[in-house]
Design a protein around this ligand. Structure first.
Ligand code: B16
Ligand code: MG
Length: 219
């Protein structure tokens, strides 16, 4: 019996990937590295420090900076990102999400957030949905990020639920891997190719609804 849903943020609840991209592109340009939207796909669901490593590797500069300098670069990106997310409003919820979250709450199910983003709580507030969430996993408390199962396992624990009582929802391959490794039922949002390892998937957030997911779990 399903008692709770654990959501990813970027790409499921709202599309912050574009803001991450713009902020990383600005930093990469300064470092003489050129990235495009295709490259940015690899950064989805990946932590800030891992994203910087991927960009530096891509630009052949993985050995150029000290740890302290890398921290400064990651901070610089985050400052730019934080400027961009100030303008987020409830209109930035992805299609169908306001309804889907309301449906979950109306059924008295619990809601958790399992986002790699340290800006997650601020974004939930800007979207006007922070009060719907029973718990938010703090990504700084994790030993390992996605695809490690820790973030979803911790989410279930924080909700006071067992793994089989929870459903995880993700748009990134690393995220689906994380849910599956936790032993939780996984719902993917995205193309059949990208979501090939999820238990079920939908192409768009507008297709998410409680009845459909509950039926698929029973069958
Ligand atoms: P921050 P998710 C992830 O969010 C993003 O997809 C990823 O691009 C970003 O680097 C990561 O959060 C960390 O974000 O720099 O704000 O801490 O998909 O896990 O909700
Ligand atoms: Mg995501």
């Amino acid at each position: 019996m399903i008692k709770g849903f654990i959501f990813d943020l970027d790409g499921v609840i709202t599309d912050t990937a574009e803001y991450h991209y713009l902020a990383w592109r600005e930093l990469a340009n300064k470092l003489g590295i050129s990235i495009d939207r295709k490259f940015n796909e690899q950064l989805k669901g990946i932590s800030r420090t891992d994203s910087l490593e991927k960009i530096l590797n891509y630009g052949g500069k993985s050995q150029t900076y000290s740890e302290a300098e890398k921290n400064e670069l990651a901070d610089e990106k985050n400052k730019e990102y934080q400027k961009l997310i100030q303008s987020i409003t409830p209109a930035d919820l992805l299609p169908g999400m306001a309804e889907f979250l309301a449906e979950i709450k109306a059924a008295n199910l619990k809601l958790g957030l399992a986002s790699a983003s340290k800006n997650g709580p601020f974004i939930l507030k800007r979207l006007g949905i922070a009060n719907l969430f029973d718990t938010v996993v703090d990504p700084e408390s994790l030993k390992k990020g996605k695809p490690d199962p820790e973030i979803f396992t911790k989410g279930a624990k924080q909700l006071g639920l067992t793994i089989p009582e929870c459903v995880g929802i993700e748009d990134a391959e690393a995220g689906i891997e994380s849910i599956n490794a936790a032993g939780m039922f996984s719902v993917g949002v995205g193309s059949p190719e990208a979501m090939r390892f999820s238990d079920i998937y939908v192409a768009k957030t507008a297709e998410l609804n409680l009845e459909m997911i509950q039926k698929q779990i029973k069958s």
